[in-house]
Design a protein around this ligand. Structure first.
Ligand SMILES: Nc1ncnc2c1ncn2[C@@H]1O[C@H](COP(=O)(O)OP(=O)(O)OP(=O)(O)O)[C@@H](O)[C@H]1O
Ligand SMILES: [Mg+2]
Length: 141
């Protein structure tokens, strides 16, 4: 069965469902557990030197925020886990790259994320991961 589960989170409340399922599944299977959050490379008040100085601080803060729920859930369920972040790039590509490079055999993600439950069946990142993934994807609705 699955030996290394990758949970993708954008830090939203909706991706919290994927976090709970991913952590529970890893616990039930005794699988390894990794989370990835893809952070947009921006700095608030984005101007010149202030932006450059603030950039790494802002990105680190955003990564901590996005992964907080994952770390809390893994701790609560006593599942050993690794939380990782990637800065920049398209989230779906970074999620698939993380799964490949860490040799994960299952991706767990939510049907929707930060943009919320819109009329669309699936969010755009989930759609693209499902379209291009070579490994199974568990989509939590
Ligand atoms: N930046 C990200 N880093 C890691 N996982 C992400 C990221 N963005 C989305 N995901 C994963 O994909 C799920 C669905 O998000 P997605 O972005 O596809 O939908 P959305 O935000 O509702 O709509 P939109 O297509 O407008 O972004 C999230 O709950 C999360 O599991
Ligand atoms: Mg989104």
């Amino acid at each position: 069965m699955y030996r290394h589960i990758l949970v993708a989170t954008d830090g939203s409340a909706l991706s919290g469902r994927a976090i709970r399922q991913g952590v529970s599944l890893a616990k039930a299977l005794g699988a390894r557990l990794t989370a990835v959050a893809v952070i947009a490379p921006y700095a608030p008040g984005n101007t010149a030197l202030a932006a450059l100085r603030g950039f790494s601080v802002a990105v680190r803060k955003e990564a901590r925020r996005a992964l907080a729920a994952f770390n809390a859930e893994a701790r609560a369920q006593a599942v050993p886990a690794t939380a990782t972040s990637v800065v920049g790039g398209e989230p779906w590509k970074a999620i698939l790259r993380a799964a490949r490079s860490r040799k994960c055999d299952l991706i767990v993600m939510a049907s929707h994320g930060r943009a919320g439950l819109s009329g669309v069946l699936l969010g755009s990142e989930t759609t693209k991961v499902l379209t291009h993934s070579a490994i199974p994807v568990l989509v939590c609705r």
